[in-house]
Design a protein around this ligand. Structure first.
Ligand code: C2E
Ligand code: CA
Ligand code: CA
Length: 646
């Protein structure tokens, strides 16, 4: 066996060691552990790895300190030094490997790619460990004598270190679409800095800073990926952590009680101008937060969460919360809606709880507290199911989708005394839950931006029906189809409509479009343009729901509508007192003189009818003539009236 040359101890980096770096590692990790315990950190999937890394770096620091204490002894306990040095390196190699695993978790690497990179990481871990260990018995390795002379040998540590740093940077940038730039670059720069630090200490034949270079990535991870900025005013943490907490509760079957507090007129966050209220609110939360957490989620909602098991008197606690908040309300009169609920097995996916709370607020009055009941959760589930079906319908985009039903309501033509137009109305027929009416899905479809596909399906089905009526020589002027104002924003709005009518081979003027007024200023020019484009084809436009809420006459006049649909509320109002009738009559007269046609909606009986006819009605629509019927049944109305008209 070849004897390695032994250098004098003074020239090796082992001599230039000071435990200060490792002691710093221990000190910093104690601070981190305290921070983890008292603050609310994001405990997502990577968090277990994060904790493992923190423990390993501590063990490494301790091993390193002990090893160097032993090196200073005379005679040196060589065997023990070898073992400690081996374990120290093993900890560091593992740490590098864990860093890589953590990054893989962070970028959600999965399947084949994950298996490949894990395999690579594992192989290198095994190889460097084996070669490092064998070094004690082979000429290339580390050697030491009992008198303290050291031969440093080939350094596998550097090889492993550089490999894993390159792997991590490669992963981050190869899958760059999976992380946001600040985090990606934050981590990259941290590792680059660590490599530089190792290089600099090498230049000075130092080894005091080896372990601490492993601490920096951990600090970076905590800062970039696990820290949760508190709202300093309230101590609340953000929605991401709320969802994490709820998911965690779900998987660990913890029973929590949630109180959501939505301050309706809070502008941004809980940023009241009123100093005193802010102070009181803060006191409220501080008092409340013993054994509870506070979250701030979208739309100015604060959610207090506490463990039911740890609060055997959960109901009492809820009552105390209400009382305390009522006192605040009495003093400051800021409107609120408050929702209480217990964790439920049916909730737990994604942001179910936030959505459940929003849903519940929709059915809760202002300045009220509401407990979520079983039935509320049933209804919420039904809504979620409808949303998933709407998503599926939008995704499949089958113009003949059988879940979307075209109904219609015949419209009576006062002058010609026939039914020669109709309004298409949508229904859904969904698996398991059956028929769903517009009030239960139109607002939701609008909210989730899923309305346009539905409208196109109804348009297509309407065109098909029109085609059938024409082939039977029935007298039909047109059928109006409802579109939502937000659809007009779709760049393809006109092309989509023209396309569907075109493929059905019917004249464009057999279709009309109903729109409701929008109070949005940006809308206006756009709507004007699109209406003008479609009118070129002969498509007529109806202004829907005139008289509900907001009406800007100037605006209405500027848009080239053909027919104004007076809402049922005007029909009812006019029947109630003379002043209202006078007002409705004046509007109808004006529209009539300006060459618009007036249509009254919601005509339910003879007296409604008489009144509307007095008020310049050109068209009448309502239960008096027909309830909404499957569009095919319109045939009956057309056929009969056609005979009469001829
Ligand atoms: P709308 O456009 O104002 O439709 C008229 C609604 O009034 C229909 O309700 C109809 O059934 C109801 N109605 C008709 N006659 C009477 C009556 O005499 N008395 C009373 N009280 N109500 C009457 P429906 O079908 O439930 O539709 C509700 C709303 O849903 C519609 O109001 C419309 O805003 C929306 N909607 C329906 N189908 C569609 C569609 O295909 N696309 C879009 N975007 N919205 C639709
Ligand atoms: Ca309508
Ligand atoms: Ca209407």
């Amino acid at each position: 066996m070849i004897q390695p040359t032994l250098y004098s101890a003074a020239t090796t980096s082992y001599r230039n060691f000071s435990p200060v770096g490792d002691i710093l590692v221990l000190a910093v990790s104690i601070v981190l552990i305290i921070l983890l315990a008292v603050s609310f950190v994001k405990k997502d999937k990577g968090f277990r790895l994060f904790r493992a890394m923190l423990s390993i770096v501590d063990i490494a620091a301790m091993l390193n300190i002990i090893m160097h204490q032993l090196i200073d002894l005379r005679p040196v306990p060589v065997g023990a030094v070898y073992v400690l040095r081996f374990l120290y390196h093993l900890e560091l190699f593992s740490l590098m490997f864990l860093f890589a695993c953590y990054i893989m978790e962070f970028i959600s690497l999965a399947g084949k790619q994950k298996r490949f990179y894990m395999f690579l990481g594992n192989i290198v871990l095994v190889l460097v460990t084996v070669f490092d260990g064998l070094g004690y018995f082979l000429p290339y390795g580390f050697r030491m004598t009992t008198s303290g002379q050291i031969h440093e040998g080939t350094n596998f540590f550097v090889v492993a270190y550089v490999f894993y740093v390159l792997l991590i940077i490669w992963l981050l940038h190869r899958f760059r679409e999976r992380s946001i730039p600040p985090i990606r670059w934050g981590i990259t720069m941290t590792f680059v800095f660590c490599v530089v630090l190792q290089g600099v200490q090498g230049m000075f034949r130092q080894m005091s800073f080896t372990t601490i270079a492993f601490m920096f990535p951990i600090i970076a991870f905590m800062f970039l990926l696990h820290s949760n900025p508190y709202n300093q005013e309230t101590g609340a943490v953000n929605e991401g952590s709320f969802n994490n907490t709820m998911r965690d509760a779900y998987s660990r079957k913890r029973h929590l009680v949630l109180m959501s507090m939505h301050l309706l007129d809070a502008t941004t966050e809980i940023n009241f101008a009123d100093e005193e209220m802010r102070f009181e609110l803060f006191r409220f939360f501080v008092k409340t937060l013993r054994k509870a957490s506070l979250f701030e989620v979208s739309g100015n909602r604060l959610i207090i969460v506490f463990d039911e098991a740890n609060n055997d008197k959960a109901d009492e606690r809820v009552e105390a919360l209400k009382k305390a908040f009522d006192a605040l309300y009495d003093r400051f009169k800021k409107d609120f809606k408050s929702v209480f609920l217990r964790t439920d097995d049916r909730l737990g996916k994604n942001n179910d709880y936030v959505e459940m709370i929003e849903f519940m607020e929709g059915r809760t009055g202002v300045n009220n507290y509401a407990w979520v009941t079983e039935k509320d959760i049933d209804d919420f589930e039904r809504k979620q199911f409808i949303v998933s079906q709407l998503r599926d319908i939008a995704e499949k985009m089958d113009l003949d989708d059988e879940r979307v039903l075209a109904f219609c309501q015949p419209v009576y033509n006062v002058e010609r005394r026939v039914y020669d137009t109709a309004e298409a109305l949508m229904r859904l027929k969904l698996p398991e839950i059956g028929m769903v009416f517009p009030d239960q899905f139109i607002p939701v479809a609008e909210q989730y931006d899923l309305i346009h596909p539905l409208s196109l399906i109804i348009l297509n089905k309407t065109c098909k029906a029109v085609k059938g009526f024409m082939e039977s020589n029935l007298a039909l002027r047109r059928i109006s189809v409802n579109f939502s104002m937000q659809e007009v924003h779709d760049i393809n709005f006109c092309e989509d409509i023209i396309g569907v009518i075109y493929v059905n081979e019917i004249p464009y003027d057999k279709i009309a479009i109903e729109l409701t007024e929008s109070r949005n200023d940006e809308d206006f020019e756009l709507v004007k343009e699109k209406i003008a484009d479609l009118k070129e084809f002969g498509i007529k436009f109806y202004l829907d729901d005139f008289g509900t809420g907001y009406s800007n006459m100037e605006r209405i006049m500027e848009l080239p509508f053909d027919i104004i649909k007076f809402d049922r509320s005007l029909v009812i109002g006019a029947g109630r007192n003379k002043d209202s009738e006078y007002m409705v009559n004046t509007f109808a007269d004006m529209f009539d003189k300006l060459d618009y046609r007036v249509l009254f909606e919601g005509v339910e009986d003879e007296s409604d009818e008489r009144r509307c006819i007095r008020m310049y009605a050109k068209y009448l629509q309502g239960y008096k003539y027909s309830r909404p019927i499957p569009i095919e049944e319109l045939r009956g109305f057309l056929g009969k009236e056609y005979d009469e008209a001829v």
